[in-house]
Design a binder for this molecule. Structure first.
Ligand code: GLU
Length: 481
């Protein structure tokens, strides 16, 4: 093995790219960016029922969108590159079989012909006894002749790895430090089935060894698999990689991140108009906290500051609100022409000249948190919006709403509204109508925008200008009565 560091991201192509998986990919990438080395994208497609070619494409698209690049493995549906291929497990079956034969001939693994029913009985007994289930070892005692006979009869089998009882399996985890498991908890585990398809724990060890992976960085959900893998490394006499198990990603209520907390698919954020740079920055903070406490960082800064040893081992919260805050910050910092390039397509359904659209887009920029809000935010400028039902209810609950509007109309007739004088002019109307707070702002908002919520008045009113504000208030005042 050379000194070069080699890491891999090894997703199963079974659907969309979950935020948690994307974070694993990102931390592998950041690790390599910091210490140098090669990043490999390997596809773990042994679950043939759930794996699809489309999902491979989703994986590649997701990683590319996030701004990651890699050196070997899959780059598209049927595009592989690198000297350690093939890079998907279903194309590597002959390799696994070769190593499986080795273990069998070393007597470190054995055939097990127990039926599912037999295993289920054992499992029930363990449940009754209140002990964790472990295979009872019946087939370990089969003679060579019995095995040959059963194989000749084409009985269905699995191959089990022989685990030495009651010994400690130790490994070092870059995130968690020293980790220990007692083999008492493990039992002879399945590594392959008679259809020739290996089980994850076995395939992953062969792949990581043959691909000369030096650092295995993955989710904490695999922590309990690692002792099994360590036992396999030892059985083969393979050099052990270093491990890092990243904490789970939780929702704001500290339960496992799920749809309840917001979108869990990386590309859903692309669809909602989040910037990949903001996503990259926000996701780098899922488990890692920069020593200088500055959260908004350029990629270059993240590359130099990131250290896998600083990654925490308690669960990291994926807070969509904070992500949205960060995305808003990133959008505000975009140079005008870049912002317009992103934003213009969101007004495709409006037949107005580009210049008009650009003008509106710049007016609403401060309110844009993600781009898919644009058509809603812009609608304030595109039409005099009739007061919606919810807003009309709110309106009717306010005393003298109409008088407030008439006062504001009077004020605007005498003054052109600007960003600077906006607050003062609203207050002046308040004084005239003798109202404050919500009783003042809400009628104005409703009469001008037609809705109860929306961008700040200080953005909307100056952008519309006094004449347009008056026109809208007069129209709505007539309709609302
Ligand atoms: N295919 C596994 C997963 O998606 C990979 C685990 C590993 O990185 O070893 O969780």
């Amino acid at each position: 093995m050379t000194d070069a560091k080699r890491v891999r991201f090894a997703p199963s192509p079974t659907g969309y790219m979950h935020i948690g998986n994307a974070r694993t990919a990102l931390f592998n990438y950041l690790f390599v960016k910091k210490v140098g080395g090669q990043f490999i994208l390997r596809i773990e497609d042994t679950d043939q029922e759930r794996s699809t070619p489309e999902a491979v494409k989703v994986i590649v698209d997701s990683l590319k969108w996030l701004g990651l690049d890699w050196n070997e493995g899959y780059f598209g549906l049927n595009e592989e590159k690198g000297d350690f291929g093939p890079y998907s497990q279903m194309k590597r079956l002959s390799m696994y079989n070769e190593y499986l034969d080795k273990l069998l001939s070393l007597k470190k693994a054995y055939y097990c012909f127990c039926t599912e029913e037999e295993i289920e009985i054992e499992r029930q007994q363990a449940v009754k006894a209140g002990t964790p289930y472990k295979y009872g070892g019946k087939c370990k005692k089969l003679s060579e002749t019995e095995i040959k006979e059963k194989l000749a009869k084409k009985e269905r089998f699995v191959v089990r790895f022989t685990v030495t009882e009651n010994t400690l399996v130790k490994f070092n985890d870059m995130v968690r430090g020293a980790v220990e498991f007692n083999t008492k908890e493990i039992g002879d585990f399945v590594i392959a089935r008679s259809d020739g398809v290996p089980i994850y724990n076995f395939a992953v060890v062969i792949d990581d060894h043959l691909m000369e992976i030096t650092h295995v960085i993955r989710g904490e959900d695999h922590l309990s698999n690692t002792p099994r893998q360590v036992l396999l490394y030892e059985a083969f006499g393979f050099e052990m990689p270093e491990f890092a198990h990243l904490s789970m990603i939780l929702g704001a209520d500290r339960s496992k991140l799920s749809k309840r907390h917001g979108e869990t698919s990386l590309l859903a954020y692309r669809a909602k108009g989040y910037l990949p740079e903001a996503m990259f920055n926000y996701m780098s903070l899922l488990g890692w906290y920069p020593k200088d406490g500055v959260e908004i960082k350029s990629k270059e800064e993240i590359f130099t500051n990131f250290d896998i040893k600083d990654v925490g081992h308690s669960g990291s919260i994926f807070d969509e609100k904070k992500l949205t805050w960060m995305n808003h910050e990133y959008i505000q910092k975009l140079p005008e022409e870049v912002y317009l390039k992103y934003a213009l397509p969101y007004l495709n359904n409006i037949s107005k000249p580009d210049n008009w659209k650009k003008d509106v887009l710049l007016k609403i920029k401060t309110g844009v948190k993600h781009f898919d809000q644009i058509s809603e935010l812009a609608s304030i400028y595109t039409e005099v919006k009739a007061v919606d039902e919810k807003a009309a209810n709110v309106w009717s609950g306010i005393n003298n709403a109409a008088a407030t509007i008439n006062a504001f109309i009077e004020v605007l007739k005498a003054n052109e509204i600007t960003k600077e004088n906006c607050k003062v002019l609203i207050a002046e109307a308040g004084k005239k109508a003798n109202v404050k707070g919500k009783d003042l702002f809400m009628p104005i908002r409703i009469a001008i925008t037609g809705a109860e919520h929306g961008d700040e008045l200080a953005n909307v009113l100056p952008a519309l200008g006094s004449a347009e504000c008056i026109r809208r208030m007069e129209t709505n005042l007539k309709n609302i009565k």
